[in-house]
Design a protein around this ligand. Sequence first.
Ligand SMILES: [Fe+2]
Ligand SMILES: [Fe+2]
Length: 269
Amino acid sequence: MMKLTILSENNAIPPFDAEHGLSMLLEYGGKKLLFDTGAGSVLPGNSEKMNIDLSSVDGVILSHGHRDHTGGLVHVPPATVWHSPGITDPHYSHHPGKPVRTLTMPENCMEHLGKCQCCTVHNFTEIMPGIFLTGPIPRISGEDCGGPFYTDQQGTVKDFISNEQALLLQEGVLIQGCCHAGIINTLEYCRKIHPEIRVHTIIGGLHLLLASEERLKQTAEYLKQSGIETLYLLHCTGDNAVAYLKKSLPEIKIQTPCVDGIPILLNGM
Ligand SMILES: [Fe+2]
Ligand SMILES: [Fe+2]
């Protein structure tokens, strides 16, 4: 059985707290892995309310360096941390009409990372039986997965957030942080490396917040022809995108879970 408990997300039901971020506890094959750590303001409180002991995890997976996924790392006692190369690289967002924002991992988390046992994932790797990390995902499909992201404060160098990785379970579940690599690229890469794994369920953020109608259409068509059966859409997917996918993919079960203390359970796994 696979059990996934959402500890940080943009929405929460009291007594739990929300933040712009993502953190989920994956329990699978007798292991407990924290997938992302949220922005840092709600992880300890929500975990405590759910009687989840963060010191008992077998390791932490960081999907990418953005602070809404890495900012809670200081609340997890030093552990094994799997991340892609460049996890501490600088990231900035330049949303039109808004001040430039840093998205880089907070400094206290970088320091904390120095006390952890870091495993840099360069290539598609099986980190535990049946649990794979993609490492950096090649942008092979031509999918438009850009955004207002830059590696410098001045906004001169585009940031492709190439340090994003996804988690794939042997039984066909794909877990995402923000999916800055694009869901088409990610699924294509999983298929290329592990053609024997048929992905039927996707859980996480799909970063379609600012996606054009054309990109939404392309995404929906791809998900349909890929045989995806269930989508748990979280965090940065965007309300418009969720509504679009629900409308155009009636054959796919689409849910939008939040921090509510009710774990996602997938039986037979
Ligand atoms: Fe995010
Ligand atoms: Fe992100």
